[in-house]
Design a protein around this ligand. Structure first.
Ligand SMILES: NC(=O)C1=CN([C@@H]2O[C@H](COP(=O)(O)OP(=O)(O)OC[C@H]3O[C@@H](n4cnc5c(N)ncnc54)[C@H](OP(=O)(O)O)[C@@H]3O)[C@@H](O)[C@H]2O)C=CC1
Ligand SMILES: CC(=O)N[C@@H](CCC(=O)OP(=O)(O)O)C(=O)O
Length: 347
């Protein structure tokens, strides 16, 4: 059994992680920390009956570092410093960062989209990431000490797009992603635009015009898959659902290709994957609620000029906590799917 210390334990992402741990035979929460919240876990996550009596304490790097694993569910720009403190205290402690603080390999990308200091990059927590060169990403995760869990919007766009990039069907120009996203992606901290009367009966685009901070993260993954990614447009739209993301990505083609070429590219990428699966019809978020699945559909447009690819995920599962546990399982030498559900909830 591995002990797990969790920072940001009262938040949505860590709450989902705790929900997975409740069914995980090898991981046990040992220390729960938050910012200002104090008390029993039942005061913050009343649905997590298994751990209702665990205490939520002050965030303390020295105490967190005593665990085999630390998961940081903190706002971005808050995880880098505490991760460095934990490493200094106990270099053997594995750290999984759910924030963006260790995702970007290029420091200039970090400063262009995030506040605060740059703390370097860790192995990206997406086992299914396609790599043009060297060992597979899954093999790299098996060797990883620390893991940078992915952004949820980024995950959906990457799963939809990387097969076309890896197969050389696109030169990376003009890829356009539009996403319908649920409110839990914004976290638990109350904000005026997130209250019920603003949310219900409304679909609200945000971070338009190439300003969303997941753009460099997606471009980095597509470069890893073998593409150039000259431009990338990504626009999320908040829609009234608590969890879920469906990304619709238009991928202009380099040369004329057949429907079989498109099918082969996507089948080659995902045919052996348990959690990223191809569908015969565009998937909806309802199919993946509560599961670690990413469902992908891709088709050649009728005019033959582009591929339309669709990916649905649960932002809190395959978009964060599920991806984190799947990657951590690999790093710990466990079966990759330990504690993770493939099936969604229905209705
Ligand atoms: N929600 C999602 O779908 C996804 C989230 N992520 C990332 O996961 C991380 C956590 O997100 P999420 O759970 O949604 O956020 P929440 O706002 O729901 O939770 C944030 C947590 O961090 C704690 N916290 C805030 N500031 C500090 C601080 N200065 N020191 C210590 N603890 C602090 C909060 O404690 P307190 O209760 O005391 O305020 C709370 O426990 C973020 O980086 C987010 O971007 C990544 C992918 C998807
Ligand atoms: C609805 C909503 O606001 N969603 C968030 C997704 C957050 C996420 O994926 O987390 P990281 O910040 O860790 O990358 C957003 O689009 O910013």
């Amino acid at each position: 059994m591995f002990s797990v210390g969790i920072a940001g334990a009262t938040g949505y992402a860590a709450g989902e992680l705790l929900s997975i741990l409740a069914g995980h035979p090898e991981l046990e929460p040992a220390l729960l920390c938050a910012g200002t919240s104090r008390g029993k876990l039942r005061d913050f996550h009343p649905h997590l009956r298994t751990y209702a009596d665990l205490e939520v304490e002050e965030t303390n790097a020295r105490r967190l570092a005593r665990n085999d694993v630390v998961v940081l569910g903190l706002p971005h720009a808050h995880a880098g410093k505490i991760a460095a403190d934990i490493e200094a205290e106990n270099p053997r402690c594995r750290i999984v960062d759910l924030s963006a603080d260790h995702r970007l390999e290029n420091e200039a990308d970090w400063h262009a989209f995030y506040p605060g200091d740059y703390y370097g990059s860790w192995t990206y927590g997406v086992p299914e990431l396609l790599r043009r060169d060297g060992p597979s990403h899954r093999e790299r995760l098996k060797q990883a000490k620390n893991i940078a869990a992915p952004g949820c919007n980024a995950s959906a766009v990457i799963f939809a797009t990387q097969p076309a990039v890896a197969a050389g069907l696109t030169d990376g120009t003009g890829i356009t992603a539009t996403l319908a996203v649920g409110y839990s992606g914004a976290g638990k901290t109350p904000k005026p635009n997130l209250i019920f009367s603003e949310a219900i009966e409304s679909a609200a685009p945000y971070k338009v015009g190439g300003t969303h901070r997941h753009i460099p993260e997606i471009a980095q993954a597509l470069r890893t898959a073998g593409g150039v990614t000259r431009s990338l447009s990504m626009t999320p739209i908040l829609v009234p659902m608590s969890r879920g993301i469906v990304a619709v990505v238009t991928i202009p083609l380099r040369d004329a290709v057949s429907a079989d070429d498109v099918e082969n590219a996507y089948r080659n990428a995902y045919e052996n994957e348990k959690f990223v699966q191809l569908c015969d019809a565009p998937p909806s978020t309802g199919l993946v609620r509560g599961s670690n699945a990413a469902l992908v559909y891709a088709t050649l447009n009728r005019d033959g000029e582009a591929i339309t690819a669709v990916c649905a995920i649960d932002n809190l599962m395959k978009g964060t906590a599920g991806a984190a546990i799947q990657s951590l399982n690999l790093a710990l030498g466990l079966d990759e799917s330990t504690g993770l559900k493939q099936n969604g909830m229905a209705p």
